[in-house]
Design a protein around this ligand. Structure first.
Ligand code: TMP
Length: 205
């Protein structure tokens, strides 16, 4: 997108990886620095996101292809209504899950990654950086086991191992793998240092 002017930061990882915690820490820090920043997530709170959540509660209610189409509809709407306007307004956009989750989760359901990429070609805005917070599947599952709402569809161990493998093998240069087994402040520091090193004029006061 030629006219994009803000900074677009994505957090990815397995459920329980700590990605949402890191997205929140970064958001708060940028707010404190007085930066114009918005934090968004996918699936969104819009009509397609709500539908995805409803369906996810019932394992097997959607085919992998149907699931893919819903995530794409949700993403298209998110880009049009939220992401693109914010970037054009010079904002920093922090997004919790995006295209890379579709590659990993729907790819792990058996949809070829090339097919997923092709379906995004016409509308995707590429982020400036994607932090993939990596944890072993067993640790992610341990961390989420007490959560009130668990999306059963997305949590079988073997499936999540495939998801992790795809996350770790993505060739896209914007992807940065971060070791999510460490203490929360250590991870936050690494992320901040990366941003300061690579996007100094957008990040520094
Ligand atoms: P959340 O717990 O981060 O809100 O995400 C809900 C689930 O949706 C999570 O288990 C991963 C899954 N998901 C996909 O399968 N494909 C996607 O494209 C996205 C954005 C999420």
């Amino acid at each position: 997108m030629q006219e994009k002017t803000g900074l677009f930061i994505v957090f990815e990882g397995l459920d329980g990886s700590g990605k949402s915690t890191q997205a929140e820490i970064l958001y708060e820090k940028l707010i404190q620095l007085g930066k114009p920043v918005v934090k968004l997530r996918e699936p969104t709170e819009g009509k397609w996101g709500k539908k995805i959540r409803e369906c996810a509660r019932e394992a097997g209610s959607l085919s992998p292809g149907e699931e893919l189409e819903l995530f794409i509809k949700d993403r298209k709407e998110d880009i049009r209504k939220n992401i693109k306007p914010a970037l054009l307004n010079n904002k920093i956009v922090i997004l919790d899950r995006y295209f890379y989750s579709t590659l990993a989760y729907q790819g792990a359901r058996g949809i070829p990654l090339e097919e997923i990429r092709k379906k995004h070609e016409s509308f995707l805005i590429k982020p400036d950086v994607v932090f993939i917070i990596d944890v072993p599947v067993s640790l992610g599952l341990k961390r989420i086991k007490d959560r009130a709402v668990i999306y059963r569809l997305f949590e079988e161990e073997d499936y999540l191992k495939k998801v992790r493998k795809i996350f770790l093998s993505l060739p896209d240069p914007e992807c940065q793998i971060i070791d999510g087994r460490r203490a929360i402040p250590d991870i936050a520091r690494e992320i901040w240092q990366y941003l300061e090193g690579n996007f100094p004029e957008q990040i520094r006061v």
